[in-house]
Design a protein around this ligand. Structure first.
Ligand SMILES: Cc1ncc(COP(=O)(O)O)c(C=O)c1O
Length: 452
């Protein structure tokens, strides 16, 4: 019997059943963009075209596609231990992976800094965020501060699509359809300001003072009601917003002063994207928890998790030894295939020094990206680590349409980039060559002149 997946071209009626996520379904199904194979820096389409992947799949395949050691580790694991129940049972790879992750987490720089010594596993960035928020609320309660129920996010923040994540997130379209969300959430202002920060190379100099808005929020609600603040060190999905110099340190100082937990959502920043294991390592600011996903398995098997401070973990480890300390977890927490994939991925990152490679190519990507200044429609270029973005003037009354046209043209010419609103983002795998980077940026540059 013919399997649907064996057919190269699907007929229109065969496209109907799958309700695609974050996609204009009707438009897509009129002219599908179908990927059937991947290797290294490239995808191949169903009509045999090679596509240079300028966005690591979706900010996740940081080691490149179909890397042999990772593929083989997954295959071996599937044939050895396909599943192990994670509640009251375990398998050794989960412990090995937790230790490896703790080993690359940022270390305390001062005695006041947390030591991120523990990992809670889940399956995605959204689950990681909800897990971190739940740990924050529960921790405030176990230490006798149960009145601290308020969570603070940031405008334009993206923290996935769970109810916790969209509540602390700050993207209107992701929030407005879904009712009242979590109660008791407030938001910091975002730091994106073209008047002051346009065309900054690396971190903008202006904007650290925006962290002081947290003091205003604390004054409004009182610290005794606030459990945690969550921010992306570099906000990716909302258009690559780079933190101003000193901004994250100020958030750390203010949260510490008021007994508020600081959570860095590093689902995009982690695993080399900023030229270090985590953004926290690069910025020298140690939060109380770090959420991660995507690059932990280089996108091969779904996995997410939360790095948690020693203090938080220790405060849960009380009561009768037979009591479950945290009523939270997923059937697939620390799934054996995901653990095997993650361990092999961490080996590849280490053996090929990919985080260092991203750091050494940062100036090349920065130079190429900032070369887009002055091209038609461009109003800003931003970069940090192995991520860059170009923001376009929106077409009157059609936000996002111009950037989407550029995206479509680039795809037709064999280069995959990503748009959010009128921002085009570049986040290539850490194995990208200078030639790959050049092709990616040149293709966008050429097409800027071709769209109205
Ligand atoms: C910062 C951040 N948090 C959370 C998520 C959600 O991750 P997932 O799509 O794996 O649920 C994303 C996804 O892009 C993200 O960028």
């Amino acid at each position: 019997m013919t399997q649907l997946s064996d057919q190269v071209h699907l007929r229109p009626e065969q496209l109907d059943a799958f309700w695609m996520p974050f996609t204009a379904n009707r438009q897509f199904k009129q002219a599908p963009r179908m990927l059937t194979r991947a290797e290294g820096m490239h995808f191949w389409t169903d009509d045999g075209r090679q596509i240079l992947d300028g966005i690591s799949g979706l900010w996740c395949c940081n080691a490149g596609h179909n890397r042999k050691p990772i593929v083989e580790a997954i295959q071996r694991q599937a044939a050895t231990l396909d599943f192990a129940p994670p509640f009251q049972m375990a398998h050794p790879l989960a412990f090995e992976l937790a230790n490896r992750l703790v080993g690359i987490a940022p270390r305390p720089a001062t005695p006041a800094d947390p030591s991120l010594d523990h990992v809670f596993f889940c399956n995605s960035g959204s689950e990681a965020v909800d897990t971190a928020l739940k740990i924050a609320l529960a921790w405030q309660r176990v230490r006798g501060e149960g009145s601290r129920t308020r969570l603070i996010g940031r405008e334009r923040g993206y923290h996935g699509v769970g109810f916790g994540g969209i509540s602390v997130g700050g993207i209107v379209s992701n929030r407005k359809m879904f009712g009242t969300l979590l109660a008791g959430v407030d938001h910091l202002p975002h730091t994106h300001d073209l008047e002051h920060n346009a065309y900054s190379v690396g971190q903008p100099e202006w904007g650290a003072h925006l962290a002081d808005e947290l003091e205003r929020i604390v004054t409004l609600h009182d610290a005794s009601t606030i459990a945690a603040v969550i921010v992306e060190p570099v906000a990716g999905s909302t258009g690559v917003l780079i933190p101003p110099i000193g901004y994250l340190q100020r958030l750390r100082d203010i949260t510490r002063k008021h007994g508020i937990l600081l959570i860095f959502d590093e689902v995009i920043c982690g695993f080399g994207r900023l030229g270090a294991a985590f953004g926290a390592n690069r910025f020298g600011v140690v939060p109380d928890m770090i959420t991660f996903a995507k690059g932990v398995t280089s996108g091969t098997v779904p996995m997410g998790g939360v790095l948690v401070s020693k203090q938080i973990h220790q405060d849960f480890m009380v009561g009768p030894p037979g009591a479950i300390e945290l009523f939270h977890g997923y059937t697939y927490s620390a799934h054996p295939l995901a653990c095997a994939a993650a361990l092999a991925t961490l080996d590849v990152y280490r053996d090929e020094a990919l985080f260092e490679r991203a750091a050494s190519l940062e100036p090349v990507l920065a130079r190429l990206a900032h070369g887009l200044k002055g091209r038609p429609h461009v109003i800003d270029v931003r970069n940090l680590g192995f991520v860059a973005a170009v923001e376009l003037e929106p077409r009157a009354g059609q936000p996002g349409a111009r950037a989407f046209d550029v995206f479509l043209r680039c795809f037709e010419q064999g280069v995959l980039v990503r748009t959010t609103g009128d921002t085009i983002a570049f986040s290539p795998a850490l194995i990208a060559s200078e030639t790959d980077l050049e092709r990616m940026i040149t293709t966008v540059s050429d097409n800027l002149a071709k769209v109205d």
